[in-house]
Structures are given as C-alpha cells and as structure tokens.
Design a protein around this ligand. Structure first.
Ligand SMILES: Nc1nc2c(c(=O)[nH]1)N(C=O)[C@@H](CNc1ccc(C(=O)N[C@@H](CCC(=O)O)C(=O)O)cc1)CN2
Ligand SMILES: Nc1nc2c(ncn2[C@@H]2O[C@H](COP(=O)(O)OP(=O)(O)OP(=O)(O)O)[C@@H](O)[C@H]2O)c(=O)[nH]1
Ligand SMILES: [Mg+2]
Length: 444
C-alpha cells in the first residue's frame, strides 16, 4: 500500500555541491531522523545536529527540518537532513536511513505521494518535473504557472461545465415525450457551444504550452544540393553538417538542437529527395520521409533558381506535415521577387542574407510571438491529446443532440468529462500514474 513505507533519497543533484539534502517521507521519517541526529525534532523548526552512524561516530553535521503530516510536500511526515554536498557523505547518510528502516524512493515517488495525498494534481506534479527540466526562463515561468494551477483550473472549469450539461441532458431523457425545446433545449445548445469555444481556446494555449516545453521538431527537406545542410549550419552557428557541391552529400539524419530567440528547435538535416540514387542514398531518403511523419514543421529548402521543380520534387513527402516553411536559398545567385508569401523566405545560407526574417518566421510558427505569451502555461503531449479527445466527444454530443439521441449525447458528455479528468488525474488509470512518475528524477 502506498504511504505505509518510509522512503528516502538524496534530493539534491548528483555530484559535489555546497549543500546536499537527504529527504525522508513516511510514518517512520521522524523516528529515523531523530536516531541519526541524536535529538528530538519539532515540526517547523530548524535544528542544528550531528548526523551519526550506528557507532555514534559523526558522518556529517548539518540542519534537520521536520514537516509533520499533513503539512508537508508529500502530505506525510517529512524530514530533510541537509548536510555538506559530498556525494560520499550523502550516500552514507542515506544508507543509515535505510538501515533504520526506510527504503530507497523510486524516481518521482515523493511527488507521486503528494499527488495521492491531494497536495498536487497530476498537471501540477508534471509541472514540477517540467520546472526542473526547463531550459530557459520562459519555459520555467510557464511550468511555474502550471504548478500554481493555472492550467488545472481551466480544465476543472470545463469539466464542471460538461458535467452540468450532462445533468441537463439526463434530466431531459426522463421527459422523453416532450420536445427538447420545452426542456431548455436552447440553453443546452448554447451551453454546448460555449463549452466548445472554451475548449478550442484552451487547446490553442495548451498547444503553445507544449511547444514551450518540447520545442519545435523541424525537419529540413528539399532536393539535393539546395543548401539544406548549409542552412542547418547557419541556424546552428557552427559547421555541424558536411556541405559540398556533390548532390547526395547528406545521407544519414543529423540532429541539432538550437535555440532561436527563445524557441527550442530540434533541427533534423536529411538526404536530398530525388528519383534514383544508390542504395545508401535511397535509405537516406526513406529515413527523411519517416522523420517527416513525426515533424511539427517541414523547413523546405529549395534552390531559389529552381523553385518550381523543387516544389514538385517534395510535394508528396511533405503532404501530411502540419506546418511548412518554404526557404528559397541562394538568394545571392537568384533574383528574389519583391514579395514572398507568408511562409516563404528568401535567404542565402552562404552570405547570411534573410536569416533574420527566417528567425522571425520560426518564432511565429512556434506560436511564440510576443503577443499572448506572457501568462501562458506549460503543457504536455499527453494533456493536449486528452483535450483533443474531449473535444471530439463534445462535437459528437452536439451532433447527437441535434438528432434527438439524448442517451448517446449524455454518454459522449460523460466520456468527454472523463478525458478532462485524466488530465488532472481526478480520473486516472494506475498504469498512467506509473508511466508519468517513473520519468521523474530520483529524490523528487
Ligand atoms: N528544502 C526544500 N526546498 C524546496 C522544496 C523542498 O521540499 N525542500 N521543494 C519541494 O518541491 C520546493 C518547495 N515546495 C514545497 C511545497 C510544499 C511544502 C510544504 O511543506 N507544504 C506544506 C506546508 C505549507 C505551509 O506551511 O504553509 C503543505 O502544503 O501543507 C514544502 C516545499 C522547492 N524548495
Ligand atoms: N551561392 C550559394 N551557394 C550555396 C548557398 N547555400 C549552399 N550553397 C552551396 O550549395 C552546395 C550544396 O550545399 P549543401 O548544403 O551541401 O546542400 P544540401 O541540400 O545539404 O545537399 P545534399 O546533402 O546533397 O542533399 C554547396 O556547394 C554549398 O556551398 C547559398 O546560399 N549561396
Ligand atoms: Mg546535405
């Protein structure tokens, strides 16, 4: 049973540091820590103590903090032993905790207990991990907002609305003889419309939050020799990829993470797409096409002198990618037209001309223009997918209602409500929890 074991772990990062923390949570946390410290611990007090081994010899001296249940991070009794940040010493203090009856915590187990004890919902628990992993201030602030419940409150409000609408539909079922219009059918329909508007707006924000967390997965494609590898190098600011005037130079996928004005981009350089080629080149093209299947964005690089032929060569490969950015390269050799379309930029990977405009387009495609970014919260694919499923149920419910299929409409609303509940963990299958918390760091 969760919560009955007392768990322990080193809560600070691996390696030497100024201070290191061993954290205990569970019913024996206080007794174990009092034995190690050789003194009584009072809740919400700072205690200076020597941490001793079983022979009474000092392992370290440090600070002990006791948080009495339920007023702690996990909701259980928690003790922190804050010593010097020496990995060797911390391992000894941890071993002493284990010898006194604690067991080693699994990754994420402190936060899992916080979730199980109602201290955090699932979105907030995931935000803790995302905050720790955040690569820059913007991502950290977004995770911070999710940790503060900004995303959860929006999901809960929608779940409440769906529940009320379902109750309304269920009530109408009991009066099946009467037309829906005499049973508040208009209010019901407008309520459903409003729920869908709210859900659509939340989806846009959650998708932006997901990009803040995960960055944008962009695949660079185009015909051989268009300058794909040159563009990767220009965006990465270093000569990562081999560039040559031999068509078919790049064969393997080459991945590079770059940050463009606060947008994290995973750029993947690929083999040029063309008919024919040797077996290795064809395998390279196959990999390029598979990678496109996972892309948020195709950055299509064409030689500016051969735009029409280039478009034809890539059309099929990029058909299913959600977003495309057309990059007409070698502007130093080609006469660029006065105006380019919204998602078209003229650049020269060689001279650097047009790269600023390219950066601006990438920011826009990541949904991170200055507008509306402040106040945004972090989100995960899991959460966005559940929002999408909830939306499908809501759309189905509206259609069913229009066809007077009230039972089925109520059932769709129930399923939509459950999808929202999975986001915050109010309705959570066990395997989902195991999957989520196992990806946390140890000691969190
Ligand atoms: N030393 C230390 N620093 C830390 C943490 C920690 O666990 N230990 N945290 C770990 O992530 C973060 C802070 N988060 C925390 C969240 C809740 C509680 C807590 O004890 N909450 C109680 C009491 C609240 C109160 O007294 O006002 C509660 O919610 O009931 C502590 C830390 C970051 N810094
Ligand atoms: N003049 C000019 N030449 C360029 C520019 N960008 C790339 N090139 C040249 O074009 C040739 C091909 O560049 P790559 O970057 O290797 O092209 P690629 O699309 O990666 O080619 P493959 O890997 O073979 O598919 C090289 O000789 C580059 O120096 C540019 O903006 N202007
Ligand atoms: Mg190349």
């Amino acid at each position: 049973m969760p919560g009955t074991d007392t768990i322990a772990a080193i809560a600070t990062a691996a390696g030497a540091g100024g201070i290191g923390v061993v954290r205990l949570s569970g019913p024996r946390a206080k007794a174990i820590a009092e034995t190690i410290c050789g003194r009584r611990l009072r809740p919400r007090h700072v205690h200076y103590a020597r941490f001793t081994d079983d022979a009474g010899e000092t392992l370290d001296d440090g600070i002990a903090l006791y948080f009495a249940a339920p007023a702690s991070y996990t909701g259980e009794d928690v003790v922190e032993l804050q010593g010097h940040g020496s990995p060797a010493v911390l391992r000894e203090v941890l071993s002493r905790c284990l010898a006194l009856g604690a067991r080693i915590a699994r990754p994420g187990e402190f936060s899992e207990r916080a979730f199980l004890n109602g201290k955090l919902d699932l979105v907030q628990a995931e935000a803790v991990a995302d905050l720790i992993a955040a690569g820059d201030a913007r991502a950290a602030r977004a995770a911070r907002r999710s940790l503060d419940g900004v995303f959860s409150r929006r999901v809960d409000a929608l779940a409440d609305l769906l529940l009320r609408l379902r109750v309304h539909v269920e009530a109408a079922i009991d009066f099946a003889d009467e037309p829906l219009d005499t049973l508040g059918g208009d209010a019901l329909r407008s309520g459903l419309a409003r729920a869908q508007d709210d859900l659509d707006a939340l989806l846009v924000e959650a998708e932006r939050g997901r990009k803040l967390r995960d960055g944008l997965h962009a695949v660079i494609v185009g015909p051989p020799n268009a300058g794909k590898s040159s563009l990767l190098n220009a965006l990465a600011g270093s000569e990562r990829a081999i560039v040559s005037d031999v068509a078919g130079t790049t064969r393997d996928l080459l991945r590079e993470t770059v940050r463009v004005d606060g947008v994290e981009l995973t750029l993947v350089d690929t083999a040029g797409l063309r008919a024919g080629g040797d077996a290795i080149e064809r395998e390279g093209m196959r990999r390029a096409e598979a990678e496109l299947g996972r892309a948020d964005l195709a950055i299509v690089v064409l030689d500016g002198r051969e735009v029409e032929a280039g478009r034809a060569a890539v059309a099929e490969a990029i058909a299913d990618v959600p977003q495309r950015l057309w990059v007409f390269n070698k502007s130093d050799l080609a006469a660029a037209p006065a105006a380019a379309g919204e998602n078209e930029v003229w650049v020269s990977a060689r001279t650097g001309a047009g790269l600023d405009a390219l950066h601006a387009r990438l920011r826009a495609l990541a949904g991170l223009e200055a507008d509306g970014v402040d106040g945004s919260f972090s989100a995960r694919t899991r959460q966005v997918d559940a929002l999408r499923r909830a939306r499908q149920e809501l759309v189905a419910a509206r259609q069913l209602l229009d066809r007077d299929r009230l039972e089925l409409a109520a059932e769709s609303l129930r399923l939509g409500h459950d999808q929202l509940g999975e986001i915050t963990g109010r309705v959570a299958p066990d395997d989902l929890l195991g999957h989520i918390f196992s990806t946390f760091c140890i000691g969190k």
